[in-house]
Design a protein around this ligand. Structure first.
Ligand SMILES: NC(=O)c1ccc[n+]([C@@H]2O[C@H](COP(=O)([O-])OP(=O)(O)OC[C@H]3O[C@@H](n4cnc5c(N)ncnc54)[C@H](OP(=O)(O)O)[C@@H]3O)[C@@H](O)[C@H]2O)c1
Length: 289
């Protein structure tokens, strides 16, 4: 039996669905999913919640405050959930003889270098990333068997799932303006692949740190272009590509990383570059629909 702490999370829901109530025991705090049990990590102890001896061999720690801004915005609250309660949960899991599988994040890195391996030293620059790293170190200090999966951005393809593609899908269908970063490069991974990776880690009883991400990387703008192409909006995708190409060719309204000299004082911020691309989009004559 596998314990999913936070079976109501985006990833937890997919895990619970894949494994089913026969193989998994799931918890929720405010959003019950069929078969899940109530567990508030900040107010309850696992030792008091789980039957002893537990039938669980592994526990996937999915619950967390996952919004980067919310972690920074309310340090006490996010630390209470992401650090204090998670340490308590880990203590209880180890006492119960259950192996913790902790879902960490690429945010343990500062993002400067990219293409990180498990051997690279972490250097978080966000509160969320620091909280993830604190738990990774806590697990290491315990010296007991555990697995840490550092996930990149996780996507779904269900139009209702609230992830980046589904939000864009809705915006495209409703003809709304989409603003997205050209300079944020990431390696998004599909939630089904995350489920497959976690399942493999458990089935093979792997121990250690594992990076789980798409092997390729792209900017948010590239991803949007791919989505437009996939939806058959070839013209809109082409317009977007052309507008970006024009701004790059002109070289005026581009960010410092696109200047020959990174210290070029004429470099603009990402907002100005996005505005220049939008202005170009308005001058290209092909229509979206
Ligand atoms: N999604 C991603 O792109 C991504 C990327 C990298 C790493 N991760 C990590 O993967 C894990 C799952 O992420 P996610 O995006 O699937 O999460 P999510 O959808 O944001 O869900 C958060 C979960 O935390 C639970 N929770 C909140 N407060 C709680 C409390 N006091 N006690 C117990 N549970 C509580 C929520 O339960 P209720 O809804 O029932 O209240 C929910 O199940 C997280 O650790 C996240 O940091 C996610």
């Amino acid at each position: 039996m596998i314990l999913i702490l936070g079976a109501s999370s985006f990833i937890g829901r997919h895990l619970f669905q894949a494994w089913g109530p026969g193989k998994a025991l799931g918890t929720h705090r405010s959003h019950p999913v069929p078969g899940s049990v109530f567990f508030d990590a900040t107010r309850m102890r696992l030792l008091d919640t789980l039957p002893r001896p537990s039938q669980c061999s592994h526990a996937v720690i999915c619950y967390a405050e996952t919004k980067i801004d919310a972690c920074k915005g309310d340090l006490l609250r996010s630390s209470e959930l992401n650090v204090r309660s998670t340490k308590g949960v880990i203590d209880d899991l180890l006492r119960l003889g259950i192996k913790p599988i902790f879902l960490s994040s690429e945010y343990v890195f500062d993002g400067e270098q990219g293409h990180y391996t498990e051997e690279d030293p972490p250097n978080p620059i966000t509160v969320y990333g620091s909280q993830k790293l604190e738990i990774e170190r806590y697990l290491a200090q315990h010296g007991r068997e555990h697995a840490i999966l550092r996930l990149s951005k996780v996507l779904g393809t269900d139009p209702e799932d609230g992830t980046i593609l589904s939000r864009w899908f809705t915006q495209i269908r409703q003809g709304e303006e989409i603003r997205c970063a050209r300079d944020q490069v990431f390696s998004p991974i599909h939630v089904d692949d995350v489920v497959a990776a976690i399942t493999a880690v458990i089935q093979l009883n792997l121990t250690g740190i594992f990076h789980v991400s798409n092997p390729a990387s792209c900017s948010r703008l590239d991803l949007l272009r791919m989505l437009l192409e996939h939806l058959g909006e070839q013209e809109a995708a082409k317009r977007l590509e052309e507008a970006v190409a024009r701004v790059l060719r002109e070289g005026k309204s581009v960010t410092y990383d696109l200047k020959a000299d990174r210290n070029d004082p004429s470099a603009v911020g990402t907002k100005e570059m996005a505005d220049a691309i939008i202005a170009q989009l308005k001058t290209v004559k092909v229509s979206i629909r």
